[in-house]
Ligand binder design. Structure first.
Ligand SMILES: NC(=O)c1ccc[n+]([C@@H]2O[C@H](COP(=O)([O-])OP(=O)(O)OC[C@H]3O[C@@H](n4cnc5c(N)ncnc54)[C@H](O)[C@@H]3O)[C@@H](O)[C@H]2O)c1
Ligand SMILES: [Zn+2]
Length: 448
């Protein structure tokens, strides 16, 4: 598996010509034997600099492309536009991040097809008490009669080593071998922990994600990150591993409590804001989340995450784009845990997105009318959560501790406009405090 990144600096007046060439040739390159993925990134702080990112089945495939007519022709047209010599990095990846299929639609036939095709040994199914009640009956008929059902209690507080021990014990008693396959039927907790248990059982057995919450469908079930909490630290133990497939059936959302649905919706908003301005226009027309057109919304939202993950499978940089709203949001979430004010992940991220949109307006030129749109929409969907109990000094301390920082600068991903994101931005403590003040005053203005 090869990853190749080319940094190209163009003469400013030649950038549009290059974008045109890219548009014309990208489908042909994507169809070239061995090309798994091709994408273009622009450095928005330096519009004359573009990066292409491509992923190849192996070094031979990349070499074959570099000796092809297709390459020679596009390169000949491109090289006259350069301002500087391009730099290229090719990297061989040991573990294949080719991604897994995502199958949209009814889960039962999807699961039946996956199980039939991969003809595994024993099938095990992990559920929590809620998904056993609401989701398991919907897929029961697709499972072999002798499947092993593993039940755990619901909730983040059980995403830990004790529950893993319980899951592994069930596997041991059932004598699951390497041919076994685990179906994780549930939200992000079941998916992260079940995936981790599968990835470590006998050094890894196959698993299928069947996400049943909105958050898991658009976010947690894809990206390869698996894990559990340990000694109070979230997701500190884990692994990267890809499922055999992800089955996304939006019918599961019908039984999801409203607060969970709304919490997951924060990630849907985030994906639209960082990379899909058209989806944002569509979301703004939603009046009631209960009746939103999920079969339409979920695949588009998931596509944003998949695109970004494919470009940065091991979180070396570009994945930071997904952090929008999360620098401040995570700090709020942790601070809320230490008080009696409970804040779901998405509720905290919603506040974080308002604050970070304000920072975006200050730092990277998000237009004021777009800031107002974002603020008004989040106010409409999430209402106002007063921050008064959450001391701002503590929040700043929490942000300094965030693992995503480098040195003592606080790292943000900000929006130069809706549908675009710029990573590796920083803000001062005073700016961050002012962004929290903006949240409070804008929400009070709206609710008064
Ligand atoms: N791996 C990743 O990249 C990634 C990304 C984001 C979040 N996460 C993780 O995801 C977890 C949160 O996921 P979540 O929000 O799905 O929480 P969750 O799994 O706890 O589910 C929320 C609640 O909804 C219930 N539920 C699930 N599906 C239901 C349904 N269809 N009907 C009725 N009730 C249902 C669950 O039992 C639970 O009580 C966190 O642990 C977080 O760390 C992981
Ligand atoms: Zn999130």
């Amino acid at each position: 598996m090869m990853r190749r990144i080319v940094r190209m600096a163009f003469r400013p007046e030649a950038v549009d010509a290059f974008l045109q060439i890219f548009e014309e040739s990208k489908d042909k390159i994507r169809a070239f034997p061995g090309c798994l993925h091709l994408e273009l990134w622009r450095d928005h702080s330096r519009p004359e600099v573009c990066f292409t990112y491509s992923l190849w089945t192996g070094p031979e495939a990349l070499e074959a492309y570099r000796h092809s007519d297709l390459f020679r022709k596009t390169w000949a047209r491109t090289k006259v536009l350069f301002a500087e010599r391009p730099q290229a990095w090719s990297l061989e990846l040991v573990q294949a991040p080719e991604g897994h299929p995502v199958i949209f639609g009814a889960a039962a036939p999807g699961l039946e097809a996956v199980l039939a095709r991969h003809a595994p040994g024993r099938v095990a199914v992990l559920v929590d008490d809620h998904t056993e009640q609401y989701c398991y009956p919907k897929v029961r008929a697709a499972l072999p009669d002798d499947h092993l059902l593993i039940r755990i209690p619901h909730g983040e507080q059980h995403k830990n080593l004790d529950t893993c021990r319980y899951i592994w014990t069930q596997m041991l008693e059932a004598r699951l071998d390497r041919q076994a396959l685990l179906v994780n039927l549930g939200g992000g907790v079941v998916g992260d922990m079940g995936g981790f248990c599968a990835a470590t059982w006998k050094r890894g057995i196959r698993f299928v994600q069947v996400p049943t919450t909105l958050l898991a469908q658009v976010d947690a079930s894809t990206g390869g990150k698996l894990g559990i909490d340990f000694e109070g630290v979230k997701n500190i133990i884990g692994a990267f591993a890809d499922p055999l497939a992800v089955l996304v059936d939006t019918d599961f959302l019908a039984t999801l409590p409203f607060a969970e649905l709304r919490s997951g919706f924060a990630e849907v908003i985030k994906h639209a804001l960082i990379a899909d301005a058209d989806q944002w226009k569509m979301l703004r027309r939603i009046e009631d989340l209960r009746t939103a057109d999920w079969p339409q919304i979920v695949p588009r939202s998931l596509a944003v995450k998949r695109r970004i993950v494919a470009a940065d499978p091991y979180e070396r940089g570009l994945r930071k784009a997904l952090n929008f709203g999360h620098t401040i949001g995570h700090a709020l979430e942790s601070a809320a845990m230490q008080t009696d004010q409970s804040l779901l992940h998405g509720e905290a991220i919603a506040i974080g997105m308002v604050c970070e949109s304000w920072l975006s307006a200050q730092k990277v030129g998000l237009p004021p009318e777009e800031l107002e749109q974002i603020t008004a929409f989040i106010r409409q969907i999430f209402g106002y959560h007063p921050l008064n109990n959450l001391a701002k000094a503590d929040l700043l301390a929490l942000m300094h501790n965030d693992k995503k920082n480098e040195g003592d600068r606080i790292n943000f991903s900000l929006l130069p406009r809706i549908g675009e994101v710029r990573v590796n931005q920083t803000a001062s403590e005073a700016d961050i405090r002012a962004s929290l003040d903006y949240y409070e005053s804008a929400m009070q203005r709206g609710s008064g």
